[in-house]
Design a protein around this ligand. Sequence first.
Ligand code: SF4
Length: 290
Amino acid sequence: MRYEGIVIRPPSEAGSLILQVTLGCSHNKCTFCPTYKNKRFKIRPLEDVKADIKEAGSKYKVRRVFLADGDALIIPQKKLVPIFDDINKFISGVERIGLYGNAKSILKKTPEELKVLKEKGLGIIYMGLESGDIEVLNDIKKGMDTKKAIEAAKRVTDAKILLSVTILLGIGGKEDSKRHAIETGKVLSEMNPDFIGALTLMVVPGTPLYDDVEEGTFVVPDQMGFLEELYLILKNTEADNCFFTSNHASNYLPLRVRLPDQKDDALSLINNILEDERVDLLRPESTRGL
Ligand code: SF4
């Protein structure tokens, strides 16, 4: 197996076989994101990927495979299908294949193409929404609007593929914090994903957002500000049957909430911490990480 540069995967893919099919991210412009800044986007040659699949199949038996890097769904269907076929042919035990897909790459696939991938094992797509507020999305150069995000979500769920959406607490800054949170809850309600994962902003040197913070044009919310956002997002999210988590290492308050059943309990918990300013119940700054 060959890996190039930093390889990331969602926390829930910790036990998966990671197969690198692209290098970097096809968008690579988000102002807060340091992940692939030094990696030029490239689709790996099919022959190299096929060789990795054969090698993996000779060594491992795995239930889950995750296709890295940033945006594997952007691979044209005629190249992506053989990758799925080879995984199914050479690696035994695979029950689910997952990948990252942004709104653009999801909408580039027709509903029929997504259904074909589903039949071949695509079980989950991880999509970064970050914010449901259009001004924030423009500010952070997400390259997507909320209408497209909702349309993409519908296409994924119509194909009966699980959808996991990531949002980012604090990405509106202190100034737009409340609007970012409320609008994010509203858009999540329309997307109605199976999973929502909240991360908390950590400003990384070398990113455009870091420069904004240094220049004073972007102010990061404080701990209680992040918590207020978490409260407002949850309050404004109406989902049928969704698992909401904030257990990523960047978060101050790890939560695992089944929506809608456990929503009120989670809101009460956050509210109590906010009212009593129980900073001691939050994850210490020193143990946060990306
Ligand atoms: S946040 Fe996602 S879409 Fe944006 S640059 Fe980073 S990897 Fe690419």
